[in-house]
Design a protein around this ligand. Structure first.
Ligand code: AMP
Ligand code: MG
Length: 425
């Protein structure tokens, strides 16, 4: 639950301007009020992909479990090898990966060993096979084949020791972590429960797919975009449909959503005019702030609490929905899932392929197409018309071009920040 007191306190700060809220400030304020879920469940590692660890994972075993060979070759006693002359040793057995050798290597003896084979008792070093020649029932090791004790030998526990913390609470389970858990013989992990997110669209003009459009109506696309974005983040989502701009219907929808979900997301209805009654409604139901974020697209954003649920009121325009989701909601949902050290979206510099017109004052998230130039460097151009209703721009784009608030017009060749959409959306 969001501590009510503090959200009000923040709005009394000197630099708090709800009509021109900088992107970073809004992000920081939101982060400040998030209380992650605490319920823990145990899942098989096959079901753990994308989930967040609710407890540290401690290794029950050493990895590797035994000293073993890093090479195909011969397990020997280093002290036996003459530094300046060939050394002849007696072959007393073989050690294959998974099939150890029971014999103990004594003075003047060697065991044929293969990569991953357990080091036999008595041997301390492995001579690689290219530096030794099998002869009769023995082997002749070339002078200088190894230069120190323990060469070509992997030590038990050199990757992980029993008792080591291998993963920390708050870490995301990705394919490498799942493989690593299997390598430790761990079959179940404690993860936080999934976040439940209820969402609906507001607008008298909206029609759900499957119904023919009457004059002036449009299909509701935001609910489908939001549902898809939530799936990618591993949330459990509740699609509450379209709610008309009618105070009673909206009140009922907000109440139901807040009762069944951790987070409520809406689109539309937060712009000037429409926002007025939504504002009054939400004032009674919880604590919500309306910000005009100093960004383009995605200006009006409502954020706060309804009952016990976190609330994000996104703008109605389809591109604005996606931009505000990726710039504010994504990070918040990850934090609410219990994720610690949520990485900001990676950003790098690319050169503009064509000039961009921009007025100083707002951070812009233009839809861009990144491409590799012949010299290997990255250049970026916009997808064209940047209207916030042009959803095809999000589909054509492979990055956001992030232009800082203070930037004005930019010439071709100027370095700009880009956020690749790959891996993000
Ligand atoms: P609003 O913020 O409600 O004033 O909406 C701004 C613009 O976005 C209007 O042109 C709406 O028709 C459009 N819009 C609002 N909600 C949706 C939606 N769910 N799907 C597609 N377009 C929408
Ligand atoms: Mg509307």
């Amino acid at each position: 639950m969001i501590p009510t007191k503090t959200l009000r306190e923040a709005s009394c700060a000197d630099d708090y301007d709800p009509n021109s809220m900088p992107v970073d400030r809004a992000r920081a304020l939101i982060t400040h009020y998030l209380e992650p879920v605490t319920t823990v469940e145990r899942v098989h590692i096959r079901q753990a992909l994308g989930r967040t660890l609710a407890a540290d994972v401690v290794s029950p075993i050493d990895v590797p479990g035994h000293d073993n060979s890093a090479m195909d070759g011969w397990a020997v006693q280093y002290a036996d090898l003459a530094p300046g002359a060939p050394t002849t040793l007696e072959r007393i057995g073989e050690s294959f990966a998974g099939r150890p050798c029971a014999a103990t290597v004594g003075r003047g003896q060697a065991v044929r060993i293969f990569t991953g084979g357990v080091m036999p008792q008595g041997a301390d070093t492995v001579v690689m096979q290219e530096r030794a020649e099998e002869r009769g029932d023995g082997v002749v090791v070339a002078p200088g084949a190894v230069t120190k004790t323990g060469q070509n030998r992997r030590f038990a526990g050199e990757d992980v020791k029993a008792g080591d913390v291998v993963f920390h609470r708050g870490q995301a389970m990705k394919p490498a972590e799942i493989g690593m858990l299997a390598s430790l013989g761990v079959n179940e992990v404690a993860v936080y429960r999934r976040l439940v997110v209820a969402f609906f669209s507001t607008g008298d003009e909206l029609v759900s797919i499957g119904t023919p459009l009457a004059a002036g109506q449009i299909y509701d696309s935001n609910r489908y975009t939001i549902g898809a974005m939530l799936s990618r983040l591993g949330c459990e989502s509740i699609d509450m449909g379209v709610v008309p701009d009618v105070p009673d219907a909206l009140e009922r929808a907000f109440r139901e959503a807040a009762e069944c979900a951790d987070v409520v997301i809406t689109s539309g209805g937060v712009s000037v005019g429409e926002a007025d009654y939504v504002k009054q409604l939400l004032e009674r139901m919880g604590e919500v702030v309306f910000w005009k974020i100093a960004m383009k697209p995605g200006r009006p954003l409502a954020y706060g609490r309804i009952g016990g649920a976190h609330f994000f009121g996104l703008p109605g325009n389809p591109v604005s929905v996606m931009v505000t989701f990726y710039q504010f909601v994504r990070e918040a949902l990850l934090a609410l899932q219990g994720r610690t050290n949520v990485e900001p979206v990676p950003t790098f510099k690319a050169a503009l392929g064509a000039p961009i017109r921009k007025a100083p004052g707002r951070t812009e998230f233009q839809r861009g197409i990144l491409a590799r130039a012949a010299d290997g460097s990255w250049t970026v151009r916009t997808t064209g018309d940047q209207g916030s209703g042009i959803l095809s721009s999000m589909s054509q784009a492979n990055c956001f071009i992030v232009l800082p608030a203070e930037a004005g017009n930019l010439d071709a060749g100027s370095p700009v920040d880009v956020q690749p959409l790959e891996g993000l959306i």
